[in-house]
Design a protein around this ligand. Structure first.
Ligand SMILES: [Fe+2]
Length: 395
């Protein structure tokens, strides 16, 4: 696995590269040209798998098989595109107006118009989309079946998708992490499913916001920021009226931007005023956003994202949830190429169950040359840090 910014002409792809529709963009075996490398960069890929002397034979452990991920992303995209197409429908417009009215008048949201339109449509607020709840229950089940039976939840969220697939991969990744956290929290299966469906649909309101505002590069005006922040309320009002979606799942949309210290939105709830689902969801939502390449910044490395979670525990996040994430989510699957702070590099050999952030690393190279492989247990080598994930970075 190699970071895209380190690719060189004539590197050979070891795995297919896909777009969000599941179409193969570049096949395994292709020799990369400068043009291909430029395209991969401009499309926002972070890593690709290349044939490599040292790591070519090493298979990175996957909790959710690549073909299942592929299927989920494709189906999420299909449904999200249909939802986005209903952006201009009368029922969605009515919900939006009622939210804007509530914002400006500080009165409670008056949703009579929306309810009326929904009743006319006969299938919730999304015309022709009465099956969204059922579909996402099925999609989440696909992910959950893959995770069941694992003791620690190895999560390989390496961005092998282009960044224009962000909304779809984010839905899947947050769904996977929600399943892991729900299981770690001891939820029964019914509760995990409610949480998982809510997690996959938490940003559904964004699909109904003007893409020109949502994707605007540069500074947002106060009004534009407010419009984007409305995605929580918009998503909630729609989900709570959809058939086959629990009111608790709808709360994932409403509360995922609330912060533990009361500085979040839309309602500035504090501590346990925020529903457990909202407190749980904030952590994987931010983690996945950080480790993904966005138009305005490069992706964080997994340990940088973890450091952010730790720094924000108690202010942005419920500290108990950050703790749960650190104890149960393994961000370094076996086989992950890593470079260490002493200039050596190798691959993750196995996790330390008591310290998932500091795995055992099989060192394969030092100072650019191969060495006789040996293991370093980072749990017992406090002077060493993981300096890079991917192949060694000398920038
Ligand atoms: Fe959001």
């Amino acid at each position: 696995m190699k970071p895209v910014h380190k690719l060189e002409t004539d590197d050979v792809l070891a795995k297919h590269v896909f777009d969000a529709d599941g179409r193969v963009l570049l096949r395994a075996g292709v020799k990369l040209t400068p043009g291909y490398i430029r395209s991969l960069k401009s499309m926002g890929f972070v890593y690709v798998y290349v044939q490599d002397d040292e790591t070519y034979d090493i298979v990175i452990e996957e909790t959710v098989r690549a073909e299942v991920q592929q299927e989920v992303v494709m189906k999420v995209k299909h449904t999200f595109d249909r939802i986005a197409a209903s952006r201009h429908s009368a029922s969605v417009a009515a919900v939006r107006h009622s939210i804007i009215r509530a914002d400006s008048s500080l009165e409670g949201a008056d949703l009579d118009d929306a309810d009326f339109a929904a009743r006319d449509a006969g299938d919730g607020l999304l015309p022709g989309l009465a099956d969204v709840g059922e579909q996402f229950a099925d999609l989440f089940k696909l992910l959950l079946d893959e995770l069941m039976g694992d003791q620690t939840f190895i999560v390989n969220l390496t961005a092998i998708y282009s960044s224009d697939a962000y909304l779809y991969t984010h839905s899947m990744n947050v769904g996977i992490l929600a399943a892991a956290l729900g299981m770690a929290r001891g939820f029964d299966e019914r509760r995990i499913r409610k949480f998982g469906v809510g997690a996959m649909l938490h940003d559904i309101g964004k699909l109904l916001i003007d893409p020109d505002i949502l994707n605007k590069p540069g500074r947002l005006s106060a009004e534009e920021r407010l419009e984007i922040e409305r995605h929580c309320e918009l998503g909630y009002q729609i989900l709570r009226r959809q058939p086959d979606i629990s009111i608790l799942s709808a709360h994932c949309a409403l509360q995922h931007h609330e912060k533990f210290d009361g500085t979040g939105y839309p309602r500035k709830l504090k501590g346990e005023e925020i529903h457990e689902f909202g407190r749980l969801l904030a952590v994987p939502d931010v983690y996945d956003a950080l480790v993904t390449n966005r138009v305005y910044r490069r992706a964080f490395l997994p340990h940088e994202a973890v450091a952010y979670l730790v720094k924000e525990a108690g202010s942005h996040f419920d500290p108990a949830v950050v703790d749960l994430f650190l104890k149960h989510v393994n961000i370094y699957p076996n086989g992950t190429p890593v470079a260490l702070s002493d200039g050596t590099s190798g691959v993750v050999a196995r996790a330390n169950p008591d310290n998932l952030q500091r795995p055992v690393v099989l060192v394969l190279a030092a100072a650019g040359g191969k060495v006789q492989p040996y293991e370093v247990n980072l749990a017992q080598a406090s002077d060493l840090e993981i300096a890079w994930v991917g192949l060694s970075d000398d920038e």
